[in-house]
Design a protein around this ligand. Structure first.
Ligand code: 13P
Ligand code: 13P
Ligand code: MG
Ligand code: MG
Length: 373
């Protein structure tokens, strides 16, 4: 049976700065999802990660469906009203347009969707990250789908032996979607050459080459490109199908033990290691470190089981300690060099204005007179 999985996520307001949605906001969104979603969706799940709320829905209406997108938009608008009533910070932050126009893509919310032929057992993972951008998924996806050092299935599972196709988007090009398709393992070095620059080249989807099935869908929106001004980091979401012809769940989770450095954190302007945390965890410390949650589901006829909170397992306590130490180490160098994102990635215009003023104060020093012969 063909089923569409849609995740639509937005930051519509949070307590105490950019920390976490209030209970009232979260429960309003969940109530609306269940009530208003009833005629449209087969099942739904509402989760929060940092200050973001994500709606996961299963339905039969295909990708980019206007009714599903309008449902999510209306729920976020209703939530924004509650956020305003409670005086939450950044109420309606990710709703960049006044009214809905057919599809939430380009309107602020992050979207990851895939239409699949549901397997008899359909295990999948729903990732959500806060205080970072979609390039944060590049390294974990490369390791899970292209590197036998991480994924023994590439050597052991016959259906995985022919590798995976990566669709990668150049998110700096905002005139239109610029994408390239590259095959692992033959084009591994080309894939790596792009993925080394996660602020620009972002994995959008991954496909099985043996069967043509889609394994991964990533939300690739870049809010500050859409809005033309600082609006917070994109805080991406991702769906990953696992097992059988795809990497095992553990092969997809394992790369998150690295705590790799990603763009984000305070004012969306730093390089900090990403920390895997339990579902519903809010943000703290330095508006970071960036967070990632992962809910594992099985699905049958579009109905979800309860989620398994994968990063709540005791294993990840050690990882979190490691990431916290890495984060503090990087922060010791404050604003200098690698600790902050490069100029083009800074999401505030203040520094550009400052540099323009300072530029006028630079003087050209007259060359020293040549020594007399
Ligand atoms: P099962 O034999 O329990 O299905 O596990 C296979 C597997 O993918 C382990 O990584
Ligand atoms: P969010 O994008 O999660 O709202 O964070 C904004 C920010 O810059 C926090 O410092
Ligand atoms: Mg926020
Ligand atoms: Mg956020």
């Amino acid at each position: 049976m063909k089923i569409t999985l849609s995740v639509i996520k937005a930051d519509i307001g949070s307590i105490g700065g950019h920390l976490a949605p209030s209970d009232e906001l979260f429960h309003t969104v969940r109530r609306r999802m269940h009530a208003d979603g009833e005629p449209l969706v087969l099942d739904s799940y509402v989760g929060s990660t940092g200050d973001d709320i994500a709606l996961l829905m299963s339905h039969r209406r295909g990708e980019g469906d206007a009714a599903i997108h309008k449902l999510a938009w209306d729920i976020f608008v209703a939530g924004t009203a509650v956020a305003k009533q409670q005086g939450l910070y950044g109420a309606g932050q990710d709703l960049l347009r006044e009214s809905f126009s057919g599809n939430v893509r380009g309107m602020g919310p992050a979207v990851a969707e895939m239409e699949i032929e549901e397997r008899a057992s359909e295990p999948f993972l729903f990732f959500a990250a806060d205080k970072t951008d979609p390039g944060a998924f590049n390294l974990p996806l490369y390791l899970a789908f292209a590197d036998p050092m991480n994924t023994p299935g590439l050597l052991l599972a016959p259906k995985m032996a022919s590798g995976f196709r990566f669709v990668i988007m150049d998110v700096m090009r905002i005139d239109a979607d610029h994408v390239i398709e590259l095959n692992a393992p033959e084009e591994l070095y080309d894939i790596a050459a792009l993925l080394r620059d996660p602020e620009r080249y972002v994995v959008e989807s991954v496909w099985s080459r043996a069967t043509g099935e889609q394994a991964v869908a990533v939300a690739t929106s870049r809010l500050h490109n859409i809005a033309g001004k600082y609006t917070g980091k994109d805080d991406p979401v991702m769906l990953v199908r696992t097992q059988m012809n795809f990497p095992a769940t553990g092969e997809v989770l394992a790369p998150w033990a690295t705590g790799h450095f990603v763009g984000g954190g305070m004012r969306g302007s730093h390089q900090l290691p990403i920390m895997p945390v339990p579902l519903g965890t809010g943000t703290s410390w330095f508006d970071g470190p960036p967070l990632v949650t992962c809910a594992a589901f099985s699905m049958h006829d579009g109905r979800f089981t309860e989620p398994i909170d994968t990063f709540a397992h005791p294993f990840w306590n050690t990882v979190r300690e490691h990431v916290a130490n890495k984060a503090m180490e990087m922060r010791r160098q404050g604003f200098v060099g690698a600790a902050m994102l490069p100029m083009a990635e800074l999401e505030y215009t203040g520094i550009t204005e400052k540099l323009a003023i300072l530029e006028k104060r630079f003087v050209t020093r007259a060359p020293a007179a040549a020594p007399a012969a």
